[in-house]
Design a protein around this ligand. Structure first.
Ligand code: ADP
Ligand code: MG
Length: 233
């Protein structure tokens, strides 16, 4: 599903340059649940942003579902991003003046899905994350865990091949984190490919494979016997 070869990325700041990714190689097969682990500043978000086509590497190659991601114009890149990828962020990134239902329906609007179908599909995903009763509520009427569930429903609404989550439990308490991870594990059980960036060991142990990033290189990449999230609560 994802093939990355010798990826490099630097940030230029004036005359200085910060070399953040220093030759990353890794592949992800369809249906995997992978965590990218590493301390703050190790380059996790930089890597995830490149995988998410939100940023481009300086060199190396990235192939997503057989498609080389390189020099795509913005329109085509946006189309692939909408079709292939769903995003989940630490800070949820919900639109504050839209209801839970409208937040989930938004990606479908960008795909040109008609209004009635949009709301039906959005409702089915809210049901999936256990929030059907909260469809009409605004984000500020929801708890952190509920907001992240809405964000997960939104990420799923466009039926992406890959879900990319950057510290999805970073703003949640432990119990709520595990509930969100239980939801993510369930979504992966259905065959969805998911990558999670985290700096928390217990969260990484809930995936099936841990890729350890340090100072811009992968220092370890190994399978784990997945811990089921709710067995921890
Ligand atoms: P992580 O997500 O692992 O904490 P990041 O990928 O966000 O790490 O950042 C890696 C390094 O790159 C950090 O030193 C960070 O300060 C720097 N960095 C990240 N984004 C930018 C940017 N847009 N411009 C300049 N430096 C950046
Ligand atoms: Mg980060």
């Amino acid at each position: 599903m994802i093939e990355i070869k010798d990826l490099h990325k630097s940030y230029k700041m004036g005359s200085n340059s910060l070399h953040v990714l220093k030759g990353i190689n890794f592949n992800v097969q369809e249906g995997e649940l992978v965590s990218i682990m590493g301390s703050s500043g190790s380059g996790k978000s930089t890597l995830l942003n490149i995988l998410g086509m939100l940023d481009e590497a300086d060199s190396g190659s990235y192939t997503l579902d057989g498609l080389p991601i390189k020099n795509l114009n913005e329109k085509i890149a946006a189309r692939y991003r909408n079709k292939f990828l769903g995003f989940i962020f630490q800070s949820f990134n919900l639109i504050s003046y839209k209801s839970a239902l409208d937040n989930v329906a938004l990606p479908l609007y960008y795909q040109g899905v008609k209004s009635k179908e949009r709301l039906d599909v959005a409702m089915s995903y809210l049901e999936k994350v256990g929030l059907a009763d909260w469809a009409g509520h605004l984000p500020n009427e929801l708890s952190g865990g509920q907001k992240q569930r809405v964000a997960i429903a939104r990420a799923l609404a466009s039926n992406p091949k890959v879900l990319l989550a950057d510290e999805p439990t970073g703003a949640l308490d432990t119990k709520t984190s595990y509930e969100v991870m239980d939801l993510i594990q369930g979504i992966n059980d259905e065959g969805r490919t998911i990558l999670i960036v985290t700096h928390e060991h217990d969260i990484a142990e809930m995936t099936r494979r841990i890729v350890n990033l340090k100072d811009g290189v992968i220092i370890d990449d190994s399978k784990v016997n997945q811990v089921r999230a709710l067995s921890n609560v």
